[in-house]
Design a protein around this ligand. Structure first.
Ligand code: CTP
Length: 413
């Protein structure tokens, strides 16, 4: 019989602490075991007795317990867990975690652990939107900690906005998603997060091909057709794959980004050049086609600047369709074992993505809602659409989307 998964639940001090009791019930319902650590301020809201009764385990409150240090040290407490969950993660706890402060049992465990950590924030809306908290949350995500988005709504303090603890079933769903995954590490490269190479599950020896950025289709010497794309998401995926040990070829359209360490970059301008570079890079174990390829180009490239037409007539342009690189790779005799496409959609995101999955013959579509400020922005809101279903990821910084996607690729191949 396999050992049940074990959660270390750290309960911070906030009115939402009472919801930890409900979370314990849900964790146990999934057949997992749970051990609680209660901060001093958490103990103002829930009692150790309640938590002990619900978890059926001793509740830990202090670093200075000799009994625990002989029978179970604080390091062991964090290492025995398959996932550490901080719920509620108060502004204070988040700040201490971001700063590496270890001044009680909870924060010492959080600093000592190499297990994956999931934080469910709960605080007043002004605390959540304060630049200090924004900074701290950003830092935690860079450090590889999964920080959930708080809910929006009426707050205990009478205000309205984001900051409410996500409902326990939503936290439970995130626990199910994160459990057993390895802890991402932090990269010193450009201050961006990266995937910590995990010797048993890394991409060592695998070739990963990534396309990124827009393509630019010249009309004449001064004009071109292009898509809006900063290339950030594709570059972050290339970096995360390289950090996971893969040999990475990054075929990049015209973007203004540094080449991630350990990545072989091939710069291209047009869709035809991108297609040729992709074929040149084969074979690959996985291909992630993030580029926003221009669907059309003009049939010829004018040698001189095209002058405006008399009487305001439309430009004399004849458009032809560019090759669909992803679709042709889907049918290629050297089709990568795992073929991942992106889908930029402004409406019916999942429906259109599922149609693209079939049409382009790929294994996953990372569907991207680009109706907001995603193009060129720092965050992304994606759905992973596969033959077996759809995973909806919360809005995350693009490097975090990259790390999670690479972790999923590692599991797949
Ligand atoms: N793609 C490609 N070659 C093209 C167009 C798209 O390889 N000529 C790839 C993109 O890199 C992405 C996926 O196909 O991985 C979907 O791109 P998207 O622009 O969303 O879809 P289109 O096929 O262009 O469909 P439409 O514009 O009609 O939504």
């Amino acid at each position: 019989m396999t050992k049940p998964k074990h959660i270390l639940l750290i309960i911070g001090g906030g009115i939402a602490a009472y919801k930890a009791s409900e979370l314990i019930r849900l964790i146990k319902k999934e057949g997992m075991t749970v051990r609680c650590v209660l901060t001093d301020s958490g103990a103002q809201f829930v009692t150790p007795m309640t938590l002990a009764a619900l978890s059926e385990n001793e509740v830990h409150t202090t670093l200075w317990s000799l009994k625990d240090e002989t029978e179970m040290g604080h390091i062991q407490l964090s290492r025995e867990a398959d996932l550490v969950v901080v719920c509620p993660a108060t502004a204070n706890l988040i700040a201490k975690m971001a700063g590496g402060i270890a001044d009680d049992l909870a924060t010492t465990l959080l600093l000592a652990t190499d297990t994956r950590v999931l934080a469910a924030p709960a605080m007043n809306v002004r605390m959540w939107t304060h630049p200090a908290t924004r900074r701290n949350v950003e830092q935690l995500r860079r450090d590889g900690i999964i920080v959930m988005q708080p809910d929006e709504g009426d707050m205990a303090c009478g205000e309205y906005g984001p900051g409410r603890l996500p409902e326990p079933p939503a936290i439970m769903a995130e626990i199910m998603d994160q459990i057993g995954k390895s802890r991402p590490g932090a990269s010193l490269l450009d201050g961006q997060p990266a995937f910590a190479p995990d010797k048993t599950k890394s991409l060592q020896g695998k070739h990963v091909l990534v396309t990124a950025g827009p393509t630019r289709e010249p009309i004449d010497p001064v004009r071109y057709i292009a898509n809006r794309s900063s290339g950030q998401q594709g570059f972050a995926i290339a970096e995360a794959a390289a950090e996971a040990g893969a040999q990475v070829t990054l075929v990049a359209g015209p973007v203004n980004l540094p080449t991630p360490a350990g990545v072989v970059r091939v710069d291209v301008e047009t869709a035809l050049e991108m297609e040729a570079a992709v074929y040149d890079a084969l074979p690959a174990d996985a291909a992630v086609m993030v580029a926003a390829v221009a669907d059309w180009r003009t049939d010829t490239r004018a040698q001189q600047k095209i002058k405006k037409q008399k009487d305001g007539a439309p430009a004399p342009l004849k458009m032809v369709e560019n090759p669909d690189i992803l679709a042709s790779l889907g049918k290629h005799e050297q089709r990568p074992g795992l073929l991942i496409g992106f889908a930029a959609e402004t409406e019916k995101v999942e429906e259109h993505a599922r149609a693209k999955l079939a049409k382009k013959g790929c294994d996953w579509i990372v569907a991207n809602d680009v109706s907001g400020d995603v193009m060129g922005g720092a965050e992304n809101s994606v759905h992973i659409v596969t033959a077996s279903g759809t995973e909806k990821w919360e809005r995350l910084p693009k490097p975090e989307v990259a790390r999670r996607l690479v972790a999923k690729i590692v599991e797949e191949i």
